[in-house]
Design a protein around this ligand. Structure first.
Ligand code: ATP
Ligand code: MG
Length: 332
C-alpha cells in the first residue's frame, strides 16, 4: 500500500495557505487512499527564536486543527514529531550523508538566514540542518509520497537525493519519495504582498488569513487585498499577481477554474466579496469542530499518544536497518 507522510510546523497559527496547499488534500484524498501519517513537526519550530509556552500551545492547536479539518485517527496516524525519537536518530545519520553545501543551497534557508542577519539576530544551526531532519521525517517511514505546498518541494527533492545516496553507499534501506502538489492552492500568496507566499510566521498578519480568524476578520482581510489599478478582472499570475491570488483562492473553494472565474467578474470588488464569502463558508465547519475539540484537550492528547505509538512501530525497523547499514554496532 502507498505510504504518505506530511507535516505542519507549530511556528504560528495555521493559515489558509496551509489549508488549501496541504491539509485539505490530506483530509479529502490522502487519508482515504493510502497509509498516511501526518505530523506536527514541533522540532522544526525550534529553528528560529521561539517561546517555549507558545510552541507547546501551538502544537496542541495544530493537532486539534488537523482533526477539526477532518483527519480521522481511524484512517490515518496523527502525532507529534518529538514524541518519536526515530526522527532525531535518523537525522544524525543523514547529516553524515548530506553535505554542508547542499544544505546552504536551500532557498528557504537563504531567505530566512538573510532576514535574521539583516535584523541583527543570530541564525540557529538547526535552521541550516532542518531540511535534513525533514528528510529523516520522510525516509524513516519509507513514505512513497509527500503532499506539500510548492515551497517545500526543494526539501522533498533533498530527501530524494539523500535516499538515493544512502542506498547506493550503504544498501537499499530507503524508499525514494516523491512530492505531490495540489492542482490548485499549491502557493497561496499574502493578500497584502502578493509577491510573497502567505506564511504562518510572517511578520505582518494583515495579509494572512488564519483558520481561526473570526469571519468578520477574514472578510476584512480579503476586502483589503492588494490588487492593481488596471480596470477589469483577468487571470495573469505574473502581471496581475493580487487578482490571480484571489482567483486561485476562489477556485480552490469553488472547484471552478481561475480563468473561467475571471471572465465572470467585471471588477475586483465583486471578486473580493465572493472570495471572502467562499473562504468564510469553507472554514465554517472546521471552526465549529475546533471549538468542540479545544474543550476536550484530553482527546487530542490521546490521539497524539496513540499516533506516536503507531509511528514508532513503523519507523523503528527502518531506522534500525539504517544504523546497521551505515556501520554502527548493533546493541547486544
Ligand atoms: P512558516 O512560515 O513557519 O514556514 P508555513 O505557513 O510555511 O509556516 P509550514 O508548516 O512550513 O507552514 O508548512 C505546512 C504545509 O503548508 C507545507 O506543506 C507547506 O508547503 C504548505 N504551505 C505553507 N504555506 C503555503 C502557502 N502559502 N500556500 C500553499 N501551501 C503552503
Ligand atoms: Mg514553511
Amino acid at each position: 500500500m502507498t505510504r504518505i507522510f506530511s507535516g505542519i510546523k507549530p511556528s504560528g497559527h495555521v493559515t489558509l495557505g496551509n489549508y488549501l496547499g496541504a491539509v485539505r488534500r490530506w483530509v479529502e484524498v490522502d487519508q482515504h487512499r493510502a497509509e498516511a501519517l501526518f505530523c506536527v513537526v514541533d522540532l522544526h519550530a525550534l529553528t528560529v527564536d521561539h517561546d517555549p509556552a507558545r510552541v507547546r500551545r501551538l502544537s496542541r492547536q495544530a493537532a486539534s486543527l488537523l482533526l477539526a479539518a477532518g483527519l480521522d485517527p481511524r484512517l490515518c496516524t496523527v502525532f507529534a514529531q518529538s514524541h518519536v525519537a526515530e526522527h532525531a536518530r535518523l537525522s544524525c545519520l543523514l547529516e553524515c550523508v548530506a553535505s554542508e553545501a547542499e544544505a546552504r543551497r536551500m532557498a528557504e534557508y537563504a531567505e530566512r538566514a538573510g532576514a535574521a542577519r539583516r535584523a541583527g539576530r543570530g541564525v540557529r544551526l538547526s535552521l541550516l540542518t532542518y531540511p535534513v531532519l525533514m528528510a529523516a521525517d520522510i525516509l524513516g517511514y519509507r513514505a512513497d509520497e509527500v503532499p506539500v505546498g510548492d515551497d517545500q518541494a526543494e526539501h522533498v527533492e533533498l530527501a530524494r537525493e539523500l535516499a538515493v545516496r544512502f542506498n547506493q553507499r550503504y544498501g537499499a534501506v530507503f524508499v525514494v519519495p516523491r512530492v505531490t502538489l495540489s492542482p490548485v492552492g499549491a502557493r497561496v500568496m499574502d493578500l497584502r504582498e502578493p509577491a510573497v507566499a502567505m506564511g504562518k510566521s510572517s511578520a505582518s498578519a494583515a495579509g494572512v488569513v488564519y483558520l481561526l480568524d473570526e469571519p468578520e476578520v477574514i472578510a476584512r482581510k480579503v476586502m483589503a487585498a492588494v490588487t492593481d489599478d488596471e480596470p477589469g478582472v483577468s487571470y495573469d499570475r505574473e502581471g496581475r499577481a493580487g487578482l490571480a491570488n484571489l482567483l486561485e483562492i476562489l477556485s480552490a473553494c469553488t472547484g471552478k477554474e481561475p480563468q473561467v472565474l475571471a471572465e465572470s467578474y467585471g471588477d475586483a470588488e465583486a471578486l473580493k466579496r465572493d472570495t471572502a464569502e467562499a473562504v468564510v463558508e469553507a472554514l465554517r465547519p472546521l471552526r465549529a469542530r475546533h471549538a468542540g475539540l479545544s474543550a476536550d484537550p484530553g482527546y487530542v492528547d490521546g490521539v497524539l499518544r496513540e499516533g506516536a505509538a503507531r509511528a514508532r512501530e513503523l519507523a523503528r525497523p527502518t531506522v534500525d536497518a539504517a544504523y546497521r547499514a551505515i556501520g554502527l554496532l548493533p546493541p547486544g
